[in-house]
Design a protein around this ligand. Structure first.
Ligand SMILES: Cc1cc2nc3c(=O)[nH]c(=O)nc-3n(C[C@H](O)[C@H](O)[C@H](O)COP(=O)(O)OP(=O)(O)OC[C@H]3O[C@@H](n4cnc5c(N)ncnc54)[C@H](O)[C@@H]3O)c2cc1C
Length: 462
């Protein structure tokens, strides 16, 4: 990258509406930071794109000079592929425009938008598309890996609501992908990650939601974990699609509705969201309270956008994070026992094990219909190792890996590509399962030189 100093960079700058940050420049260090503080990479240059054409120019320039490229959307991915050492970061985060057409119930979204940006724009019209549960996550990376959250049981995966996209391909061309134009590319974007090009515009289907929803937390003592988890597993198998309930077991944060003596103690929390009439939801969630004797609860009708931000304080950037994830079609007794065993010996106060419930509408799509294929995954379990200092790395990573290995025999097929860490490249084919062979062919068609390889990489066929 040294060769890029001087006149070459000036040439690039002259082609861009945005700017280029080199090491040492003001803003360079902020621009290379991502959510997971385990990743500390020093790119040779960061192109802060200010227009779709900047993306074209950046791709053509990188190709011309044989540069290693990484793509940054929201910068949340745990594997850290948004930044590369010595290479060329195409940073899309300044591209934040959202246009909502309430009549056709569609949103056109630029790739620097966070979930909060998109939710705010759509909820202004009482509409939403299913997204994740942490509002600072990037829409781009979340969508390209599949995308699920509170609304997914009712409305499907985020990719099931992706109608079209504008893409800059590896040869620097702008193409449109929809059901009628480059339909194979749209299929690949619906879960195939950043392998096929840079998406400069997403078009989503929207649905009436809220704007207020019944949602909140019910918190149980950890010594009731077995009955609570067992009843959670059975309840979630038959609950209506409008209701979603997730489970998280961790040490209690200092939440005001919990007695002070509980703060810092292990707990089991059920997080719930009902996407229909709150009065109906109240009746449906009543049995949850009887799963045990709760320490406390904070459940009520609140703006959907507020619930979408409820977990943000626990998921701030800057901590060290290591994840391992399995899919489960059913949570049986053995899996529940392993969860309780490892949740009983958390190696740091911020570590947690959570079970995100999907199923419902996500399971009613054929596995081969989109690149995301885990349609039998009714639960996505994530062991979330999270801590502050490097001297805790070994202990916390070791705990996460051991839990993952011990729970593996009870997991179902596939894995959520967006939860894979940088050391899990050997799980990519397994994660995609039945769609992997077609993804390899598509990669060969759209990116035969593997120009886009800082990702959960699908290598081209040849
Ligand atoms: C705290 C936290 C909570 C999360 N919760 C959920 C959740 O509830 N549901 C869920 O589904 N996921 C969740 N995720 C996972 C999340 O979906 C992934 O981390 C996702 O990759 C983040 O996208 P990003 O744009 O922020 O990331 P980035 O790191 O910027 O991008 C990730 C990768 O996506 C590709 N990419 C990004 N933008 C583009 C683009 N425009 N064109 C082509 N390729 C691109 C690149 O390969 C890049 O390396 C969560 C992650 C975190 C850290």
């Amino acid at each position: 990258m040294e060769t890029l100093e001087g006149t070459l960079i000036d040439t690039l700058r002259s082609r861009l509406a945005g700017n280029v940050l080199l090491p040492g420049a003001a803003g360079y260090d902020e621009a290379r930071q991502i959510w997971n503080a385990m990743i500390d990479r020093r790119p040779g240059a960061i192109v802060r794109c200010a227009s779709q054409d900047d993306v074209v120019q950046a791709v053509r320039f990188a190709r011309e000079h044989g540069l290693l490229v990484s793509i940054r959307g929201g910068g949340h991915n745990i594997a850290g592929n948004a930044v590369c050492d010595h290479g060329f970061v195409i940073d899309l985060s300044p591209l934040k425009r959202v246009q909502v057409d309430p009549a056709s119930r569609r949103a056109s979204v630029e790739p620097g938008c966070t979930l909060a940006d998109l939710d705010a724009a759509t909820q202004a019209h009482g509409l939403a598309t299913p997204l994740g549960i942490n509002s600072t996550t990037g829409v781009a990376g979340l969508t390209l890996g599949g995308g699920f959250g509170w609304l997914s049981r009712k409305l499907g995966m985020t990719v099931d609501n992706l109608l079209a996209a504008d893409v800059v391909t590896a040869d620097g061309q702008q193409v449109h992908a929809s059901e009628t134009e480059n339909a194979d590319l749209l299929w690949g974007l619906r879960g195939g990650g950043g392998n096929f090009g840079i998406v400069t515009r997403f078009e989503f289907r929207l649905h009436p939601i809220g704007p207020e929803v019944l949602s909140g937390l019910i918190v149980f003592p950890f010594d009731q974990a077995k009955p609570v988890l067992t009843q959670f597993a059975r309840f979630t198998e038959t609950m209506p699609d409008d209701l979603n309930v997730w489970m998280v077991t961790r040490k209690a944060p200092p939440l005001p509705f919990l007695p002070e003596a509980v703060h810092g103690q292990e707990i089991v929390a059920l997080a719930l969201c009902y996407a229909g009439d709150p009065a109906e939801g109240e009746k449906l969630i009543e049995p949850l309270r009887a799963f045990g004797t709760p320490h406390g609860e904070h459940v009520g009708v609140q703006p959907y956008t507020a619930w979408q931000q409820a977990f943000d304080p626990l998921l701030t950037p800057g901590a060290r994070n290591y994840w391992k994830s399995h899919n489960f079609s059913r949570l049986g007794d053995e899996a529940i026992d392993v969860i309780i065993d490892y949740a009983g010996r958390l190696p740091s106060p911020q570590c947690e094990i959570f079970v995100g419930t999907i199923g419902g509408q996500t399971a009613r799509v054929a596995p081969e219909a989109t690149a995301y294929s885990s349609r039998d995954a009714n639960y996505v379990l994530n062991v979330h190792g999270r801590w502050e200092t490097a001297d805790e790395d070994e202990r916390c990573i070791g705990w996460a890996r051991e839990f993952f290995a011990t729970s593996q025999p009870f997991a179902s097929n596939g894995a959520y590509i967006n939860f894979l860490t940088q050391d899990e490249t050997d799980r990519i084919a397994f994660a995609y399962g039945p769609t992997y062979a077609r993804l390899v062919e598509l990669k060969q068609k759209y990116d035969p030189a593997n120009f886009f390889r800082m990702n959960q990489n699908i290598a081209p066929a040849a």
